[in-house]
Design a protein around this ligand. Structure first.
Ligand code: SF4
Length: 219
């Protein structure tokens, strides 16, 4: 699939939905903890868990000093709370050990590769979580590959069916222009939620069906 096809897909999805404009939604450290909470659950559940956690602790230093079972209770609505509470404490502790404080704003001064490597070298932070921090809190041109982006990209034929979500980050970033990466991420997620559903995609309603590999295979 060439660049002009990717451009056409973005253009069509923009006219179906809206033209996404980047806006920072939270600080980098908050984005990191929020993204850990979104793992294997909906944004809505993660948001409840995050707000509950932030409502009880006014800084992350206090979270590190707390028993993980207490954290697990507070983030219960986010699911897998026993695993996530331990993960949050261990990620924050590792940041404190490395940086001396609970602040990762310095990542904005690194290259994307170095910032991504720094984050993913911490146990519990994978490529998607790292990319969410870089894309949403710093506005850097990376594409977080969540379940929607992974599924829809495979169906369209942007990545092969054997490519894992982790591997897809680099492949998709090579195919999507720097200035379109944030838009691509947001639009593909919206398309995955509204049309290209996991179980049964609504191909008849799809504006990009003539560009889609899955559609060509079933016809
Ligand atoms: S044609 Fe079907 S499979 Fe392809 S992107 Fe559209 S909804 Fe998804």
């Amino acid at each position: 699939m060439n660049n002009s096809t990717v451009n056409t897909i973005i253009k069509k999805l923009k006219s179906n939905y809206s033209d996404p404009v980047w806006e920072r939604r939270m600080s980098p450290i908050d984005e990191l903890i929020f993204t850990i909470l979104t793992q294997h659950t909906s944004d809505l559940n993660a948001e409840k868990a995050f707000n509950n956690l932030k409502g009880h602790y006014d800084n992350y230093e206090n979270i590190i000093a707390t028993d993980d079972k207490k954290i697990a209770k507070l983030i219960k609505s986010g699911g897998l709370s026993n695993i996530k509470s331990k993960r949050i404490i261990s990620v924050l502790s590792e940041i404190k050990n490395r940086v001396g404080k609970l602040n990762i704003d310095f990542l904005k001064d690194m290259s994307i590769t170095k910032a991504r490597n720094w984050l993913t070298s911490i146990n519990g932070i994978g490529p998607k979580t790292a990319s969410c921090v870089l894309a949403f809190s710093f506005g850097l041109p990376v594409i977080p590959v969540d379940t929607h982006v992974h599924r829809v990209s495979k169906r369209i034929g942007l990545i092969s069916s054997k490519v894992s979500a982790d591997e897809a980050h680099g492949i998709l970033e090579n195919k999507v222009k720097t200035e379109d990466r944030y838009k691509f991420h947001v639009l593909i997620i919206e398309h995955g939620r509204k049309v290209c559903h996991s179980r049964k995609p609504s191909c008849v309603k799809c504006s990009i069906q003539n560009l889609c590999k899955f559609q060509r295979q079933i016809n």
